[in-house]
Design a protein around this ligand. Structure first.
Ligand code: ZN
Ligand code: ZN
Length: 236
């Protein structure tokens, strides 16, 4: 990574993830309507709540072609299920019980994990961005640029700490601790603020920055994702 990503605010891996998710969403609208391979892949995937909302935020009549295919596939699944159920009714010994019933492959029960293609694109991009950060941290100059930047969010820093060579891991762990200590000191001012002794704290967004260091950056908002998709050029 050119260190340009470090000059942007926020976690470089989260930024790469958002960018990839936005691009993947735009490609979905632009390219996927009649692409047989893509349609087949869609029967094997489901969208997470966040990306489903982003898809629905843009009413796109051309997705009718996609969903005509997906609905046909879903009908096939339900028919297969009904056949199976009927077969078992005539063979009581093999009857499948409620809760143990096998569903057809590609069925999407809500309580089983399912891969979201947009999340997957984002995760791949984040992994690449972390590798790029790690290669920057091999040089003194890169470390200085990293220390001056917002740095990785907590969860992405843990990935980097797991995957880094020992020397970089040591340096990065010290950097993470420095950031946590500094935010901890800011948060402790809250008590002085409660006692009316620290009015400056009222404008502080320390707790928002703390969530970033502990839980990571929130995903790109749905509005952001749909707006990016909406501004992508549409070709037919
Ligand atoms: Zn991150
Ligand atoms: Zn997703």
């Amino acid at each position: 990574m050119a260190s340009w990503r470090l000059r942007e605010p926020g976690c470089p891996a989260c930024a790469a993830r958002r960018e990839a998710e936005t691009n993947a969403l735009a490609w979905f609208f632009l390219e996927n309507y009649r692409e047989r391979a893509t349609l087949r892949a869609l029967t094997n995937s489901c969208y997470c709540v966040r990306h489903l909302a982003a898809l629905l935020a843009r009413p796109e009549p051309k997705l009718s072609v996609t969903f005509e295919y997906l609905v046909r596939e879903e009908i096939r699944l339900v028919r297969r299920f009904r056949d199976e159920l009927r077969r078992k009714r005539w063979a009581p010994l093999r009857r499948s019980k409620a809760g143990e019933r096998r569903l057809p492959r590609h069925a999407r029960p809500a309580d089983e994990p399912c891969r979201c293609p947009l999340c997957e694109s984002g995760a791949t991009a984040a992994t690449v961005a972390i590798e790029e950060v790690l290669s920057l941290l091999e040089a003194e100059e890169g470390r200085a640029a990293y220390a001056a930047s917002d740095g990785l969010c907590g969860p992405h820093a843990w990935v980097a700490l797991r995957d880094a060579p020992a020397e970089s891991a040591g340096w990065l762990a010290a950097d993470v601790e420095r950031r946590l200590q500094s935010i901890g000191a800011e948060l402790s001012r809250y008590f002085a603020y409660q006692r009316g002794e620290d009015q400056a704290y009222v404008d502080s967004d320390a707790w928002v920055r703390a969530t970033r260091l502990v839980w990571g950056e929130s995903a790109g908002s749905e509005r952001e994702l749909s707006r990016d998709a909406a501004t992508a050029p549409v070709t037919t």
